[in-house]
Write a protein that binds this ligand. Sequence first.
Ligand code: COA
Ligand code: MG
Length: 285
Amino acid sequence: MKSMRSWLFVPGHRQPMIDKALGLPADVLIFDLEDGVPEAEKDVARSRVAAALDGVRGGPTRFVRVHDAGSSELDADLQAIARAGLQGLVLPKVQGPEDVLQMCRWLDRHETRAGISSGGVRLLAIIESARGLVQAPAIASVTPRLVGLMFGAEDFALDLGLFSHPGQGLVNYARSALAVAAASGQIRAIDKVFTDISDPDGLAVEARRARDLGFAGKAVIHPGQVGAVNEIFSPTEVEERWARRIVEAFERRADEGPATVDGQMVDRPILERARWILDRFEEEG
Ligand code: COA
Ligand code: MG
């Protein structure tokens, strides 16, 4: 599957942003029908997003954030956007595996009728409550449709009763726990939005920290955030050179037992990581 480093939220009622987003180098667009759209604009957003899905193919992968499993708005969202151009759904406020399974059952019944190949709609679950985080390991392995878990920091902070902006302290535990849960289901962890669009340095610091915790990508809210996130979640030239030296050293050897490369011990897991980095580099570099 294509890279999924940058996930750009695009408010579904804002036509100029939809048009612009389709031409941006974001890996995934999240056309939003949920909290980024005011109540009075919900129907306008549904029809604009539907039209965007019907538009010319190519460009970023197209996901839509619908309302949560308990919302009375969800049906109208799905009726509007179940169509051939839909590649994925972002499920907000996921509390447990059942929320995801409910969506799978709906898709199993409706997706081929909507002109989508069977099993074709991917899912991303936003974990944004204490309950959701506790259930995250079970959520992560509930269906092969699920490509990742995203951390929704603002709702999470609200649930925990945090006074300050989420970013430090307990939220670090939550991000780590989410990354481990995602890895346990062999899916991606996608980091939270960085809300200060005028602070590229702050964005880069936060994105690098997420990468170090095991995240594969990050949500973004503005075109100016896309490039940095794509770059930070790709292997660097230094990592690529390191990986190539290791793979080449092992190509000259008869077995994959422990060896020394540049004075460092290298064994099977390190060799496998080097191969994985080269694969990523060829895909994204
Ligand atoms: N997707 C696509 N295009 C976007 C965009 C987005 N998320 N955010 C901004 N743009 C476009 C603007 O339309 C503008 O286009 P133009 O130059 O062709 O006129 C350009 O990028 C520059 O935008 P700028 O003027 O710097 O920002 P703004 O004041 O128009 O918008 C926000 C700022 C924060 C309101 C806007 O970025 C936004 O709505 N982001 C998404 C927020 C969201 O979805 N939140 C809910 C999920 S967390
Ligand atoms: Mg939210």
